[in-house]
Write a protein that binds this ligand. Sequence first.
Ligand SMILES: [Zn+2]
Length: 460
Amino acid sequence: MRDVDLLVRAAFLYPMSEGLPILADAEVAIAAGRIVHAGPRQPEGAWRAARTIGGSRFAALPGFVNCHCHTASIVFRSQTDDHAARSALFDVAFRMEKDVSEDEWAMCAEVGVAGMLRAGITTINDIWYAPHRLAETVERAGLRADIANKVFDVRLEALRDGDYSRDVRRGEARLREGVAFVERWNGAAQGRIRGRIGAHATDTCGPGLHREARAEARRLGVGMHIHAAQSAGEIEQIMAGQGCGPLEYLARLNVLAPDVVLAHLTFATDADLDAVAAADAPYAHCSTIYPRRGRYPRLEDILGRDIRTGLATDWMQNDPFEAMRNALNAMRLRLGRPDAMSSAQALWLATMGAARVMGLDAEIGSLEIGKKADLILVDLDRPHLQPFYGGYSALVYYARADDVRVAVIDGAIALEDGAPTRLDEPRALARLAERTPHWRTRLAALGSRAVFGPHCACCG
Ligand SMILES: [Zn+2]
């Protein structure tokens, strides 16, 4: 009999590890935050568990790894959904975000983290404002996170007018803030939190700032996080100034490397993708946002180049099941073939694939002996999931974020009965609701047509 801290029982176990099949009637035993058994249910008496959870109504799978997101960006919910990427960023987000205070970002981060946990996301890779406030919530909530401060040297709100004038002092100040964040938080929360240097995008940082950010990341021994080939405006700017695509440009600056997570690649050329592959830089694919913007990245060409790829949610809609289905549907429509992507591949991209993108695949992303215990339980006892036959498509095509009832991170239960265990979610929601009228007024003043009131579409 072996002493373990937590024993997780499941009707079906999805290990998501090379060569390991789905198992029925399985269990995961956890000691000191790590998996000591993930396989068939052992005979009674094999374990003396401090606690046993799960059972025959649950499927166990690795926690989702969200390798590119902006947890606090929920302030823009419903404000950019009917916009092209350029307009969503230049007309809405960039003009509003400069006026959001650190306390407001902290409010949004708390509700955002609760939403991530409820969706079965156990690891995030975040780049945004007020990173230390997100880190405080992540530490408290029990989530795992790589976090970067958003570094740029333009006036984001001026980009819609084509004004790319560089403010070197602003860039320097934001990079210093990012460095200070890494120095304070990298390795915090028993190693659950790591810092990254986040050069916001290829066009919103000048070449000097890109080089300096790269140098600081190397000095600190941390990775980077960059938006690349995201919008038409970015492409125009880089083409005009550099005469090449944004990834070729980053390669010339010697920024690209295996530790630089690149989000989007939506407008990447062949030469751009070749540069990414040559540098072995990994890619965060945000399948939910692309169809909304009317342009889908050439994922088949990206995977065809063996670029390390994972699924991510980007901003505001953080449902990994939706992300998997969007990737599947988009790929099948793009290539006109139902075998363009499989359910198993989608689930792999959302777990192991995304862990590889973050360089965390030796520790998380699959349920294997020796790995950190990051897993979730999906409740199968739901009308929309039954009858449940236990294949990949049974989960990927039918489950919803709300079906996730338990999330274990580092061996600790961070979500139970579908609610975060260590966050005061009702209080966080109440604070957000109190602030919402203020944001609505601000958005209306900026000309948003997606708020209720005189500007709303139905009222004219
Ligand atoms: Zn993003």
